[in-house]
Structures are given as structure tokens and as C-alpha cells.
Design a protein around this ligand. Structure first.
Ligand code: HEC
Length: 113
């Protein structure tokens, strides 16, 4: 009995931490998730996750949250610029993402991750 319990706990923790999908957009006061952030999550999952980790915790690319990150990118525009132009090993997304998608993924990083 105890063993089954441990297996269930392990499976739950595993599913939560390693499922590999970016965190859901929280539902707002009106009961719906911000549509722009939902687009941002989709873009993140398709284009960024493989290097920056499902929750932006880092991988081959750096972590996308924390104090240093907030200092480096105090506003959304600075963030959009680096995503649009790329930097060193970070590819440019100017031709593969629209301006709406760039804004959406930048907002998702700042507001959800
Ligand atoms: C092929 C791997 C790869 C992909 C895909 C990728 N990145 Fe990056 N990213 C990197 C690397 C490596 C860096 C560090 C660049 C440098 O040397 O400054 C970086 C840097 C960044 C930075 C600056 C971080 C900082 O602390 O200075 C941001 C913001 C960023 N990436 C966002 C994104 C977003 C958003 C996407 C998806 C649209 C994305 N990246 C996709 C590899 C990647």
C-alpha cells in the first residue's frame, strides 16, 4: 500500500516538473486567460523551449527570469529587440515571428515565467 502511494507521488512530481510544456497562463479576474499571453506561450513552446527550458530555467540558452534578467531587460521593448535580432548563439527571429508574436512571447516571459 505504502509503495503504491510513493509511486503515485513520484509520478505526479515527474509529470509536473518534466512534462516539458511551458507553464499555463493564469486565469485573470474575468475568468479567462489573456489571449496575447496564450499566443506567447505557444510561441515559447515552439521556438524557445528547446534552448531555454520549458519554464525558462535555462538549458543551452540562459535562464529567462531572476533579478539579473530583470535588470538587463527593464522593459518589454529591450526584450523584443534581443529576440528579434538574436545575439551570438541566440538565433534571430525577425523572419520567423511576426511583431505580434515577438511582443506576445516577450510578455509571456516577463509576466508568466
Ligand atoms: C538555438 C538555441 C536558442 C533558441 C532556439 C532560442 N535562444 Fe534565446 N538565447 C540562446 C543563447 C545561447 C543565448 C545567450 C546569447 C548570448 O551569448 O548573449 C540566448 C539569449 C536570449 C536572451 C537574452 C538573455 C540574457 O540574459 O541576456 C533572451 C531574452 C532570449 N534568448 C529569448 C529567447 C526567445 C524568446 C526565444 C524564442 C523565440 C529564444 N530565445 C530562442 C539560445 C537560444
Amino acid at each position: 500500500m505504502r509503495r503504491i502511494f510513493i509511486v503515485i507521488i513520484a509520478a505526479t512530481v515527474f509529470a509536473g516538473s518534466c512534462a516539458g510544456s511551458p507553464p499555463e497562463v493564469p486565469v485573470g479576474a474575468d475568468g479567462t486567460a489573456d489571449a496575447v499571453l496564450v499566443v506567447g506561450r505557444e510561441v515559447f513552446g515552439n521556438s524557445c523551449k528547446r534552448c531555454h527550458g520549458a519554464s525558462g530555467g535555462g538549458g543551452s540558452g540562459p535562464r529567462l527570469h531572476g533579478d539579473d534578467f530583470d535588470d538587463e531587460f527593464p522593459d518589454v521593448e529591450a526584450l523584443v529587440d534581443v529576440i528579434r535580432s538574436g545575439r551570438n548563439q541566440m538565433p534571430s527571429f525577425s523572419s520567423s515571428l511576426t511583431e505580434e508574436q515577438l511582443d506576445a512571447v516577450a510578455r509571456y516571459i516577463r509576466e508568466v515565467l
